[in-house]
Design a protein around this ligand. Structure first.
Ligand code: PEP
Ligand code: MG
Length: 595
């Protein structure tokens, strides 16, 4: 049985095929599928004569140049349509094209193996991929997809198969592709393309990050969606849950249409809070800020009413590459972020690698217990040159906007003193070179270890602010690996040990007269807001879309009641008891404000 729906799509009953991937960017879209041909070009390896080698090398180099020209043209088009802030992705691809290893390896393969240019380039790609696959860090592993995308563009030029542009698609469609590059996402005209789904991809790929910052609903990592969907199929994409439904039946369609309308209504309502102050009913003001990995995410913080960046995770700048970023490159990145967030401040965290994050150029050893190993500030203190380069870049950025800096994973006073001594050296070097910086730059630390909680009073004397990293604090306090999905039920933010720690840290900060913030995921959970408010936190920093959700609850709370509530939850002995108390006191009371 067929019937027409409101969108004029033809839905076929009983063909409701449901797939589950990774929700990369929230939002629900309903529309027509349009397959984008991003299939790999088939390459045949052909042996060539000695005499043909120079011509093959020329052909390869010419295709490289063509690919560069294409990317530059896209860059121009994007900078006109979407502004400069998204161009880093294209620049990354241009850098890959200019990488001498890509050229030299391919030329070597052509000359030494006597094979055609396409096959030689494929072999270079294989080598790159083998290298990347040995890397544990998910983010860096996903960068190999950038290399693959770039190589595919060159191969297409060599075989004369043009790269179809997504901006050429018309109608309001959902793109279905094996994979999409960040450059593809940047070309999307949101009037024409309302969402996308791909076989490949993970939550931290550039493609996923960009789709979130451009607010294009997307599901990635569906594995075989391209072989299930045909051009013109009706699709529902739920970017929150990662569900994709092909040819939905009437009931499913109606259900999702309702969900979509409700979701969009809620989002619109939440955005109305943007310019309203983040204050309680009794006039108590706190600051709600955003967490970012890239400056590109800052427009979304502004749109959601965030008052600054509370956590800039700088490691992404280091993970995305083979060689480390130099001082100038870091300075550019930090000052760009600061420029975009003006007049509000940005809070830059020094490098937090090691543990489960791996940086190629640092040649870190494998460790038996990486989470307890040479990580974060420990690594920075062992590599003072690397650390000072970053400190100088941050200091230089502080001359161009409001910049604060803080150190991750501090476990004792001696670490802060060493870090501050290196900061003083960096300042002196800049003074000697007459390079300007903010001499009164605020310096803080992350509270993420039980030792830091226990000696919070001693640490508070050393710094201008605390920021609690609850993701790690829960992991280290409860001895539960935050990445182990088999233990996720034991990872309890409301565990009395965590709540007592949060109280100790806030009390120690206030006794010393310094600011205290939370930048771990707990800050983004609206139901926890009254507890954090009652404990006295001055700032909460979270992903941009959570800001209005937290603000909404905040504006309905009274600070006095929150203090009473926080005192009450501290009396319980288990997380379950706290949870059920919150359920009756918060969830039930503010049910219209909590999803
Ligand atoms: C945290 O640990 O809570 C935190 C914000 O840092 P990250 O998640 O980057 O470790
Ligand atoms: Mg942390």
């Amino acid at each position: 049985m067929r019937w027409e729906n409101l969108f004029g799509m033809v839905l076929v009953k009983n063909t409701n095929r449901i797939f589950k991937g990774i929700g990369a960017s929230p939002g629900i879209v309903i529309g027509e599928a349009r397959i984008a041909d991003r299939s790999r070009v088939a390459i045949v390896e052909v042996t060539i004569d000695n005499a043909e080698i120079p011509a093959e090398i020329d052909r390869f180099k010419k295709s490289l140049l063509e690919a560069k020209e294409e990317l530059k043209a896209i860059k121009e088009q994007i900078s006109l349509a979407k502004g400069l802030e998204h161009l880093y992705v294209i620049d990354t691809h241009l850098l890959i094209l200019e990488d001498s290893m890509l050229t030299n390896e391919t030329v070597n393969f052509i000359a030494s193996e006597k094979i055609n240019a396409e096959a030689a380039l494929k072999r270079t790609l294989k080598k790159f991929k083998e290298f990347f696959s040995g890397i544990e860090d998910e983010y860096l592993r996903e960068r190999s997809e950038d290399v693959e995308t770039v190589v595919e563009r060159v191969l297409r030029n060599m075989v004369g198969k043009r790269h179809e542009l997504l901006c050429e698609k018309d109608g309001r469609v959902i793109i279905v592709a094996h994979d999409l590059s960040p450059a593809d996402i940047l070309q999307i005209d949101k009037e024409k393309v309302i969402g996308f789904v791909t076989d490949l991809g993970g939550k931290t790929s550039h493609t996923a990050i960009l789709s979130r910052s451009l607010e294009i609903p997307a599901v990635v990592g569906l594995e075989k969606i391209t072989s299930e969907v045909s051009d013109g199929d009706s699709l529902i994409v739920d970017g929150r849950t990662g569900h994709v439904i092909i040819s939905p039946d009437e009931e499913t369609f109606r259900e999702y249409l309702r969900n979509k309308q409700y979701y969009e209504y809620r989002e619109r309502e939440l955005l109305k809070l943007r310019d309203l102050p983040a204050e309680t009913l009794d006039g108590y003001r706190i600051r709600l800020k955003g967490n970012v990995e890239f400056a590109e995410e800052i427009p979304s913080i502004k749109k959601h009413g965030g008052e600054g960046v509370g956590l800039y995770r700088t490691e992404m700048l280091f993970l995305n590459r083979m060689a480390l970023p130099d001082e100038e490159e870091q300075f550019q990145a930090y000052s760009e972020a600061s420029r975009q967030m003006a007049p509000y401040s940005i809070t830059i965290r020094t490098l937090d690698v090691g543990g489960d994050k791996f940086v190629t150029d640092l040649n870190l050893d494998d460790e038996l217990n990486p989470a307890l190993g040479l990580r974060a500030i420990r690594l920075s203190l062992r590599q003072p040159d690397l650390f000072k380069t970053q400190l100088r870049a941050i200091l230089r950025a502080s001359a161009h906007g409001k910049v604060r800096l803080f150190f991750p994973m501090i476990s004792g006073v001696a670490e802060i003193q060493k870090a501050k001594a290196l900061l003083e050296e960096a300042k002196r070097e800049l003074l000697d070179a007459s390079i300007p910086f903010d001499e009164a730059i605020e310096v803080g630390i992350m509270i993420e270890t039980p030792s830091a909680v226990i000696i919070a009073d001693l640490l508070a004397r050393e710094v201008d602010f605390f920021s609690v990293g609850t993701n790690d604090l829960i992991q280290y306090s409860l001895a539960i690996d935050r990445t182990n999905e088999h233990l996720s039920d034991l990872y309890e933010p409301l565990h009395p040990a965590v709540l007592r720690s949060l109280k100790m840290v806030a009390d120690a900060a206030h006794a010393a007269g310094i600011n205290v913030c939370i930048c771990g995921e707990m800050a983004s959970e609206p139901t926890y807001l009254p507890i954090l408010l009652g404990l006295g936190y001055d700032e909460l920093s979270m992903n941009a879309v959570s800001i209005p959700k937290v603000k909404k609850i905040l504006r309905r709370c009274s600070r006095t009641e929150a203090v009473t509530l926080a005192a009450q939850v501290l009396k319980f002995s288990t997380a379950a008891e706290v949870e059920s108390y919150l359920q009756s006191e918060i969830t039930a009371r503010y049910s219209d404000s909590i999803d």
